[in-house]
Design a binder for this molecule. Structure first.
Ligand SMILES: [Zn+2]
Length: 293
């Protein structure tokens, strides 16, 4: 009886800890969101955009916060239709709510099972739920960049497509996978390699920064919202946590990918920590002026 009571109290304490972290994060979100965009001394346009409040003043009101990222242009680079909601929904929802213009570059149509056309349509439905309008969604259909975990995507081709998008849409912030690709998929990892190469050779524009999504261990990955305290206490450059209403949108976006709704996807919606929390690391950007094309 004593053991049961102790376990119940520990569980209750853990739930309270999650609630406290969530509340605290919501209070800190406006400043943490702005900090990541200020953190790069190269982000001159973003700094000027976000420097409307003198330093030291309390956070702006909710109404003003909703427009805090007006004019900020974010590019999410993914490999397949459904990556945007499976892995990045918390970040996309938070940034869209803050009035950032979010663009999506999906580098394949996900044609592994010859469902490319259907998956493109599903992607547009998912993006609409997440706050990305159809005119900001680009799906690449290139024979060298097909959905296949056994195919090595060309780093030069991938990098050139991403760079073209960054310059065409004057992107301030790029979000993508890290070297682990979240699920270890080779196509995800190829995007990170392409972007880190662009950063290393100094081809990322002066006012743009790149963030990669942390790949976490499989144990943490399926702890659902119970993973939140771990993400909160471990260091990250940028952290996005969503609440129940935003989770409903993330779930709805996942359900728009009807062709992918196998039983394990439904479990993923319930148990994946990426449906609630995103943590990012800044990719170091060099100022070298080398040309490699
Ligand atoms: Zn994928």
């Amino acid at each position: 009886m004593f053991v049961l009571l102790s376990v119940a109290l520990c569980f209750l304490g853990y739930l309270m800890c999650i609630k406290l972290i969530y509340n605290r994060f919501n209070k800190l979100w406006p400043s943490s969101r702005n900090n990541i965009l200020r953190s790069s001394s190269r982000a001159k346009d973003v700094n000027s955009l976000l420097s409307r409040d003198p330093p030291g003043l309390p956070c702006r009101t909710c109404e003003t916060d909703a427009r805090a990222l007006d004019g900020v242009r974010v590019l999410l680079v993914t490999a397949h239709p459904d990556d945007e909601c499976m892995f990045f929904a918390p970040a996309v929802l938070k940034l869209s709510e803050s009035n950032a213009a979010v663009y999506l570059l999906c580098l394949s149509s996900g044609n592994y099972y010859n469902q490319g056309a259907q998956r493109k349509e599903e992607l547009l439905g998912s993006c609409a739920v997440l706050g990305i309008p159809a005119h900001r969604v680009t799906v690449i259909d290139n024979k060298e960049l097909q959905d296949d975990p056994k195919t090595e995507w060309s780093i030069a081709l991938t990098a050139s497509l991403i760079l073209k998008h960054i310059t065409t849409y004057s992107i301030n912030l790029v979000l993508t996978f890290d070297e682990g690709g979240v699920s270890g998929h080779a196509n995800h990892i190829a995007i990170y390699k392409a972007l880190s190469h662009l950063a290393f050779v100094g081809r990322i524009p002066e006012d743009c920064q790149v963030l990669s999504l942390h790949t976490i261990s499989i144990l943490r990955k399926y702890l659902s919202i119970f993973e939140l305290p771990i993400s909160w206490f471990l260091p990250s450059s940028f952290c996005c946590i969503i609440g129940p209403n935003e989770y409903k949108k993330a779930k709805e976006a996942m359900l728009r990918h009807r062709s992918q709704l196998l039983w394990f996807r439904r479990l993923y919606i319930l148990f994946s920590r990426y449906m609630f929390v995103n943590t990012f690391r800044a990719v170091p950007v060099e100022k070298k002026d080398l040309k490699f094309y």
